[in-house]
Design a binder for this molecule. Sequence first.
Ligand code: CP3
Length: 358
Amino acid sequence: MPTPLYSSDSFHRACRGEPVRQTPIWLMRQAGRYMAEYRALREHHPILEMMKNPECAADVTLQPVNAFDVDAAIIFADILTLLEPMGLDLEFIPGRGPVFHNPIQCGEDVRRLASVRPETDLAFTLEAIRITRERLDGRIPLIGFSGAPFTLACYAIQGGGSKDFDDVRGWMYRNPAAFTDLMDRLTEAVIAYLLAQIDAGAQALQLFDSWAGSLSQSEYARRAAPYTRRIFEALEGAVPTIHFSANGGHLLEQIADMPVSVIGVDWRPDPGQVLNRLGRDTVVQGNLDPALLLSSDEAMLEGMKQVLEGFSPAKGHIFNLGHGVIKTTPPERVKLLVDSVHACTAHAPSPGAERAES
Ligand code: CP3
């Protein structure tokens, strides 16, 4: 049995828009190749093998937790493993990234997809969540995640990565009924997967819709938003939820209109403008340019201050990068960033924060 939610931590308090002693911070892709500890393990194991071995996945999840004073852990998994039990044959090819050997090409391919039973099909990630919760022992909360249907559809149709997924949008326009069928099936799979992650002990959930930004506002409203909304409706009231999309600045109002706790923002929009558009009664996550960690300490800290100041009027702010940690990032920079976010915000607690958190 997982131990109960530790809802007084700063991450959860920020998710609920409650005052915090210092701004919580975690980083997307905080486990990964920029860490020597990760590369050492990775030398001996292919990435999928690491994710499918629950002890190993728990070890990797905890690497950044042990190295940096982050305020949340995120389970080591990948958005693409959900597509395997549906019948898509996944391989991570070194130097090329993920590849599906049998991408979806027609409506018949969609109809052949299997439905997912997370407790058996994705037992490795659920077990990794249980082990990680035990090892964390309540120190910080554990975030689970899934890809959103549109982003999963992008990889399933493209058969791998792409710089813009133009061909996927072309397929979508040519095969609207098959696309809807695919989105329906992915939505059911994501809901089952995320509910199973909650059962296993995930204390918050992030939905990655990394490629939603490739859709226009009206196409997003029609072809992606209803499915994402259905997912957040299914999770409402269970654990805090976070939405993330890259390049999705034009979609922020539509996303904020969903029953989601936290709006993730990539590094492109200005924090002040985000709040002007969404209102201050919003909880945001983001949005430092990850490339600033490849810059100087001074430039990174200047960027950090702008993000902190820009989002300070928001009801809640979880500091994060505007996308994942880049693999050439010096780990010392991550440490400096985490410590500096804490140090800079500890001096200006919101009213009532000391009382609330003690
Ligand atoms: O944030 C974390 O620390 C948790 C782990 C995590 C991974 N993938 C591990 C991983 C998370 C949250 C993801 C999500 C993911 N995976 C997304 C959405 C977020 C985003 O970046 O937009 C997407 C699009 C994927 C698909 C994916 N996985 C790609 C395109 C690649 C190859 C490109 C790359 O960055 O290497 C992966 C591989 C992957 N997933 C790695 C890690 C640590 C690198 C694998 C390696 O060690 O070679």
